[in-house]
Design a binder for this molecule. Sequence first.
Ligand code: ADP
Length: 520
Amino acid sequence: MAKKPINKILFILLAVFLLPLLIFTVYQISTLNENEKVITEIYDKQLEAILFSVNQYSQDLVDAWARDISEAERDSLYTDERMEEFLLENEAVRYILWSDSTLHNTRLLSLDEQENSEVHALLKDSLVSKEEDLVRLRTFQKGGYAKKQPLGRLKVEGSLSNQSALIFLLEEGIRYQVCLLVLDPGLFITRTLAQKIQSIAQENFIISAYDDANNVQIAVLDSIKGKVPHKRPLWLLPDYSLGIVLKGETIQDLAKERTVNNLLILLGVDSILLVGLWLIYRNIKREIQLAQIKSDFVSNVSHEIRTPLALISMFAETLEMDRVGGENKKKEYYSIIRHEANRLASIVNKILSFSKMEAGKAKYDLKPTNLAKVVEGILKTYDYHLKSQGFTCKYLPYENLPSIQADKNAVSEALINLLDNAIKYSNGSKEIGIRLGEDANGVFIEVRDYGLGISVEDQKSIFDKFYRVPTGEVHNTKGTGLGLTLVWRIMEAHGGSVSVESQTEEGSCFKLVFPVPRNN
Ligand code: ADP
């Protein structure tokens, strides 16, 4: 077998198929990661936008409150009623502290029935301490921007602890008033903002708020478990933040799942391509092997024919010239000529049989046949041939062997081929065994030798046409590589089979199995 062209073809196939495949796979994997990055970024931005809209909403809400309070203040007849209504409607607003621009005249509003003078004083103090902020708010106001300034968590004890505050200015002609709102952050988030959060979150997200100072989650609907990658502070309550996650699978999970799916598809495509590549390689290898084997066949046959022809020609010439002394010598020469002519005939017959079979023209005349008779007939004919070469043949018959449907000539041809091989590949061991028998598969003939033997690898190919084992002493033995192919085809035509059991250096055993007709 020519190893070099096959290696070259393998190399070309690898270069043509595997290299682009490898490049494509690497490219796909790298773009997959890039795509995931882009998708993750888009999602990140979307989540940020959602948090932004919640913040914007709370800002709008406080702007609306400021307008309500301002209108209530102007409606001097019903100010108190309207403010009470406002406080009832917005339960997150605990206190409203009003003040004129001097911060001297202040008024506290709340739904609390209790004495609130202490709260009043505390809030007034904190308002006074925020004078700088008030100056800034006034500047903004003059510029037309009614800013609402969050003051964060009130650092006082009692009923104001854990409450947050914010201040803004109320315009009143050229004068202005200051308004300080005390908010209950929990209520603001779970009541005032809840509806908005719910409408945004719907089925897709979980939005939750966090009290950052105390590290507590204030869940609106569902609470978020684990780490929250998207968290933004609430503009109006700087000590609190909003977190958002995708409901069910997180975007990381989705991205991971997509990556895994894509990789699996890629792996599938790669495997299909590899299998295709392997099939192509196997076919090309077979074709090259066959071409090589055919050329070997031609040279084998030429060699096989040339030797007997040369011998026949040489001995005939010697006899013709009458140079042979003695009758015995003459007889020996005639015998050699006959033997070589038989050999020639057998080679030619083999090739003819094969070409008939290849053309589908082989005809088998299947008749009830007694296998034992066929075997014994051949052994009789072959006896001289075997003995002259020093072989002993052990024959084991079988009692009551059922008769089979067979073509006697074809079975003889198969058996002769096996016997020929047993002699050719005997490797010096001069014993051959023939056994008849019956088993579950039918009636069988076994031809056993103790010669060269056949490796497991070669056992797969010996029945292929033209195949000859390429190693060992086989090169010194003549042959066409057709004998076992003929045996195989003959057994096929009989609905039977041929099998081999062999071990190198130990010998081989070929078994022909014929089916037994049902009515037997
Ligand atoms: P050939 O004309 O080469 O004998 P066959 O088709 O009869 O062709 O056999 C194919 C190959 O199988 C042979 O070349 C030989 O290498 C191997 N072979 C066949 N029979 C035997 C055997 N009894 N012992 C060892 N090798 C064998």
